[in-house]
Design a binder for this molecule. Structure first.
Ligand SMILES: C[C@](O)(CO)[C@H](O)COP(=O)(O)OP(=O)(O)OC[C@H]1O[C@@H](n2ccc(N)nc2=O)[C@H](O)[C@@H]1O
Ligand SMILES: Nc1ncnc2c1ncn2[C@@H]1O[C@H](COP(=O)(O)OP(=O)(O)OP(=O)(O)O)[C@@H](O)[C@H]1O
Length: 301
């Protein structure tokens, strides 16, 4: 058995987020096309006397260090299932924006699960790990799987999607976060009295992913939460416009926001768009990231 295990886990962007009407349980049925992107957190699990969470990185002060942290919840869930004492120190090296709509907390949950599984030698099957992920949150199973996938139900039922090439992205990190339940609540308010169609994956979008065609993907991107995020944070329209003017093929809010995502033609254009976004003063930071990226995986054991 290892004494320390480090797991690397990517952020995500939703290249399509089709949202249905609110369900009786408060969740929304989705057609959620996830794409993992190369911005990573790393979670290191080390044996300790008791469960302890630490976090480093520029946004570390915004990350809870108690049992509400998704990494802690993942360790507790696995320990309970296998009758193990959750005596582990989980250190999160955080590079994914916090409360940014890029599934940073979900990523840490999936990474902690993989790390504790390896540290404790539980030997849980992939399906068992995925079931625990789904209990932790709607985005957590995708953080485990990575690549690209269609999420149905509340986003937790995954079907992998083949990706035929690399896509280049720029992410504009906003000041402050947006609460995911608040954005879904705003979606409900904006769609009150309107017939919300059943969410369905776009065939053109799936074909664009399969062929690796950036222009076709740009034409098919969509996010039903974008009007809600813009309603709560109108200044995001300026960021979207700045990236488009700088040469992005397309711009959209990442998931529930407030991070905005820009699909670009190639690596040099990505650097140019990132520079222009920073110079525009409409965001706190701009990050370049390739896609697709691998799901949660052990890097040192
Ligand atoms: C916006 C997305 O990031 C897109 O991938 C996800 O849908 C959100 O996934 P998440 O952060 O893992 O969300 P969860 O922790 O499962 O749920 C948080 C809250 O978001 C809302 N929620 C989430 C997922 C969903 N399909 N419908 C919802 O209405 C609910 O108010 C829920 O209480
Ligand atoms: N490991 C974690 N990292 C960051 N935030 C966490 C973590 N665990 C719990 N949280 C809490 O979750 C909230 C949302 O953080 P997170 O970074 O996951 O948002 P998000 O990227 O918008 O999520 P999503 O895209 O899945 O909706 C934070 O404000 C924080 O209180």
């Amino acid at each position: 058995m290892s004494t320390a295990v480090t797991v690397r886990v990517p952020a995500k962007v939703n290249v399509q987020l089709a949202v249905g009407a609110a369900r009786p349980d408060g969740f929304h049925d989705l057609a959620n096309v996830f794409l993992a992107v190369g911005l990573y957190d790393e979670v290191t699990a080390t044996s300790a006397d008791e469960l302890r969470i630490t976090c480093s990185g520029p946004d570390a002060a915004q990350v809870p260090l108690d049992r509400s942290n998704l990494a802690a919840r993942a360790a507790l869930a696995l320990a309970e299932r296998y009758g193990i004492e959750p005596a582990v120190h989980l250190h999160i090296a955080k590079d994914i924006p916090v409360a940014g709509g890029m599934a940073g907390g979900s990523a840490d949950g999936a990474a902690a699960l993989v790390a504790c599984d390896a540290l404790w030698g539980t030997g849980a099957s992939r399906d068992e790990l995925l079931a625990i992920c789904a209990e932790l949150g709607s985005d957590v199973p995708f953080s485990l799987v990575g690549g690209a996938a269609l999420g149905t139900g509340r986003g937790e039922k995954l079907t992998p999607i083949e990706v035929g090439g690399a896509f280049h992205w720029v992410f504009a990190v906003a000041d402050g976060g947006l609460s995911t339940p608040a954005v879904y609540g705003e979606f409900d308010r904006l769609t009150a009295g309107v017939e919300v169609p059943e969410p369905a994956a776009s065939p053109a979008l799936l074909a664009a992913l399969r062929s690796g065609d950036s222009g076709a993907l740009a034409a098919a991107l969509s996010n039903d939460l974008q009007p809600a995020a813009l309603s709560l944070r109108p200044s995001l329209a300026d960021t979207l416009a700045a990236g488009t003017e700088a040469g992005a093929l397309a711009a959209l809010v990442s998931g529930s926001g407030p991070t905005t995502a820009f699909l670009v033609a190639d690596g040099p254009t990505a650097l140019k768009v990132a520079d222009a976004l920073l110079a525009s003063g409409t965001c706190r930071n701009a990050r370049v990231a390739p896609a697709p990226a691998r799901g949660a995986h052990v890097v040192t054991a």
